[in-house]
Design a protein around this ligand. Structure first.
Ligand code: MN
Length: 451
């Protein structure tokens, strides 16, 4: 099969061998895995996949830094690095229906009831101040309690007992919506978490869209074949047949526990909150599974999430402004948009589409198509020379944003702002930019002057 993590690792080893490093020396799961990945990122200037073969206190090897290279993500999507956004948009527009299979390697080994023990897993503590060991690469697979809508998402899980974790459900997102419906009926919400998957599955899980858009279809389209699913041992949920490991569970109604602090992608370690509780019903895995970790707030995480966010924003803006040229997410909650404005007002429409098209978006800067949004200095130049703050900044108050934004008054209740840094007032007439006359530019050959 080509849809498991192992075959992807073999592909990386054959095509870009220098991007895979196995470490035999034993590491402590408390801080050392994060420290090594962060030091590699900073000091070695390359970001190989890291496989820690021996992790203190656990029989499972740990794979991390899987997504920390654009060329590796492109390889997983089977496209050139510059074609990733187009490839992702195509997968969103033409999802492939998943395929249910009778058996899958993810159920080669099954632990139920008293044999469930989350403390057998690597107890990875990522950053100073984290409340405990976290599972950061768990992708939830769930179904709405009142229909046939499926959802996948990344949710951080903190190990809180042999068969118990807390879960961070992003407030106002799809799994939270499912959970609210289940809790209203005083019922648990069945959920299964896949750990250790092909990066195309990881990218698909992060697809942003309407609640009835099925992330599993995007996963299949990115893989180039339908995602194969098997039925869980303890529920009728469906999980990737070729995952390394699955945790079958339910989120309990009317129960909360202390969750956090945890160092997040914002660069902050946000404080303790009362959050939902997960009861584990089974742990299944392949023979000799790889346990996957994601280095939250580092490239492993940032590159992975940026591709789906930018593709969705491009789609949302293009629905309003067909002449959009590019969209970039350079920082948390921030997006730059370049448009070829054909008629007055389109910059603001682009701004509103982006702010409305992604729960997390808080600051949007719109520039003309002659500004390179992949160059921060060029965006700053446009903000400085094409924008009057009293005229061109729009602030929207009391909206819903990210519950991980430490600047909000209460979890995620936020203002949002847009900056129109397009040239004004007349679209036809840009203020001319200085240049040397074209004929002189062409005539001058530096050889004649500097030799
Ligand atoms: Mn969804």
């Amino acid at each position: 099969m080509t849809q498991d993590l192992r075959s992807y690792l073999e592909l990386v080893k054959s095509k870009m061998a220098e991007e895979f490093v196995a470490i035999s020396k034993e590491v402590d799961p408390a801080y050392e895995i994060t420290a090594i990945a962060a030091k590699v990122e900073r000091e070695v200037k390359r970001r190989p996949i890291l496989l820690f073969k021996k992790v203190k206190g656990s029989r499972f090897p740990v794979l991390t830094n899987l997504h920390a290279g654009r060329s590796r993500l492109a390889l997983a999507m089977n496209v050139a690095p510059e074609a990733m956004q187009a490839g992702y948009l195509k997968a969103m527009e033409k999802p492939l229906k998943p395929k249910i299979v009778a058996k899958g390697p993810v159920q080669e080994v099954v632990f139920k009831e008293s044999r469930i023990n989350l403390y057998d897993l690597p107890q990875i503590i990522h950053h100073e101040g984290d409340a405990g060991p976290y599972l950061t690469a768990a992708i939830s697979f769930a179904r709405s309690p009142d229909g046939d809508i499926w959802n996948c998402a990344y949710n951080r899980l903190m190990i809180q007992g042999r068969d118990r974790t807390s879960i961070h459900l992003t407030l106002a997102k799809h799994l939270w919506e499912f959970y609210c419906a289940a809790e209203a009926k005083k019922e648990p919400l069945p959920v299964a978490f896949a750990i250790g998957v092909h990066p195309a599955i990881a990218l698909g899980a992060l697809a942003i869209g309407s609640i009835d858009e099925d992330e599993r279809g995007v996963m299949g389209a990115l893989l180039g074949e339908p995602l194969e699913l098997v039925r869980c041992e303890t529920s009728d949920l469906l999980v990737p047949a070729h995952a390394e490991m699955v945790i079958e569970a339910e989120i309990l109604p009317d129960e909360r526990t202390a969750e956090g602090p945890f160092g997040e992608f914002t660069g902050y370690s946000l404080g303790e909150r009362q959050r939902e509780v997960v009861k584990v019903r089974a742990i299944t895995h392949r023979k000799e599974p790889l346990f996957q970790d994601i280095n939250v707030g580092h490239l492993d995480h940032m590159l992975l999430s940026t591709v789906p966010i930018e593709a969705n924003l491009y789609r949302a803006v293009r629905a309003m402004v067909p002449s959009v040229k590019a969209v970039r997410v350079p920082a948390p909650f921030t997006c730059y948009i370049a448009i070829e404005q054909r008629i007055t007002g389109q910059a603001k429409n682009a701004m509103l589409a982006a702010l409305g098209g992604d729960l997390y978006m808080k600051r949007v800067v719109v520039v003309d198509h002659d500004v390179d949004i992949f160059n921060d200095r060029a965006v700053n130049w446009a903000m400085a020379t094409r924008c009057q703050p009293d005229r061109d900044i729009a602030i929207i108050t009391n909206a819903r944003g990210s519950d991980l934004d430490p600047s909000t008054q209460e979890d995620g209740y936020t203002a949002k702002w847009g900056v129109d840094a397009t040239a004004k007032p007349s679209l036809a007439a840009y203020v001319p930019r200085h240049r040397v006359p074209a004929a002189v530019w062409k005539r001058i050959d530096l050889k004649n002057f500097l030799s």
